[in-house]
Design a protein around this ligand. Structure first.
Ligand SMILES: Nc1ncnc2c1ncn2[C@@H]1O[C@H](COP(=O)(O)OP(=O)(O)OP(=O)(O)O)[C@@H](O)[C@H]1O
Ligand SMILES: CC(C)(CO)[C@@H](O)C(=O)[O-]
Ligand code: BAL
Length: 285
């Protein structure tokens, strides 16, 4: 496995990998866990060669967010990726990704606007801009993202279609189901911010989501089910709810009643130093 941090060696390495067949890209911010490794395994099953990018992207962090605290452990990450048979790690230096004078912004309307887009202004501009650069740098045949970041996946799919970034459009961007801990908590690099007691309390999030989904699917009032979810989180040790919403799974349009198309329950909530997000499918009527 090769690790490169600047563009010339990246281009040479990609050129050589491409001779062996289709290339898959798994973009990450490092601090890898089993969720990331599942993306890598899925990538290996779909392409001849696998590239993983590791870059803690300053553009997607707002003022006062956890950019400085975000875990960085490149050596450990590379050892994990080598054991998974990854071919190339693209870990660009900050000045390679954003050289002096960098002044371009990619902003996706619509799907990026509510939920995390409302709680984290400009976050999805930062995600879209860096993912567009990663696609141009690596030119992958396919790219894999976690469903844990459901809204991010929708933003990236929209951008890739709108900017003709991938081919063929239909299945170039693959969403991989959320990998969970034994107690149901979605794996996330940010779970490392939780103390022992907070970590135990955090499992109330997926439990409360399942309860709300069961209520909605059995005909219960959506607003009342979401209010009960908020109460369960606050009673269970969460400090605050950013949002809890039922939305169309594809357009992310908020729904006040159960619809007849695939839906998603989307939640972001704060516990200790962490802001955790999760989402689950809600069956249509
Ligand atoms: N539990 C998970 N299951 C499946 N995919 C995941 C999971 N966690 C992260 N991913 C995916 O891995 C990719 C890289 O994510 P990232 O490096 O931000 O990790 P993360 O654990 O989501 O960290 P964060 O705490 O920043 O949310 C994204 O496509 C993300 O959706
Ligand atoms: C897609 C991504 C790597 C862009 O920085 C990041 O948002 C992430 O890790 O989900
Ligand atoms: N996994 C999403 C990246 C972020 O929260 O910045």
């Amino acid at each position: 496995m090769q690790t490169v941090d600047s563009l010339d060696p990246l281009r040479r390495a990609i050129e050589s990998l491409r001779r062996d067949g289709p290339v898959a890209l798994v973009p990450t911010m490092g601090a890898l866990h089993e969720g990331h490794l599942t993306l890598v395994r899925e990538a290996r099953s779909r392409a001849a060669r696998v590239v993983v990018s590791i870059f803690v992207n300053p553009l997607q962090f707002g003022a006062g967010e956890d950019l400085d605290a975000y875990p960085r452990q490149l050596e450990r990450d590379c050892a994990l990726l080598e054991a998974e048979g990854v071919d190339l790690v693209w870990a660009p230096r900050g000045d390679v990704m954003y050289p002096a004078g960098f002044a371009t912004n990619i902003s996706v309307s619509g799907v990026s606007e509510g939920f995390c887009g409302a709680s984290r202004p400009r976050h999805f501009d930062g995600v879209a801009t860096v993912v567009c650069k990663l696609f141009n740098q690596v030119r992958p045949d396919t790219a894999l993202f976690g469903e844990k970041d459901w809204q991010q996946l929708a933003v990236i799919r929209r951008m890739a279609r709108d900017l003709d970034l991938t081919r063929p459009f239909a299945d170039a961007i693959i969403g991989v189901p959320t990998v969970r801990e034994a107690d149901g908590l979605a794996m996330s690099s940010r779970n490392a911010y939780l103390g022992r007691e907070e970590r135990e309390q955090a499992a109330v999030l997926p439990r409360a989501m399942k309860t709300a989904i069961a209520a909605i699917e059995s005909g219960g009032d959506v607003a009342a089910s979401l209010a009960a979810l908020e109460q369960a989180l606050l009673a269970g040790g969460f400090a605050a709810l950013d949002y809890a919403a039922l939305a169309d799974a594809e357009s992310l349009a908020p729904l006040t009643t159960r619809g007849d198309r695939p839906m998603r329950l989307l939640v972001a909530a704060r516990i200790g130093k962490a802001r955790l997000i999760d989402n689950m499918a809600v069956r249509p009527r």
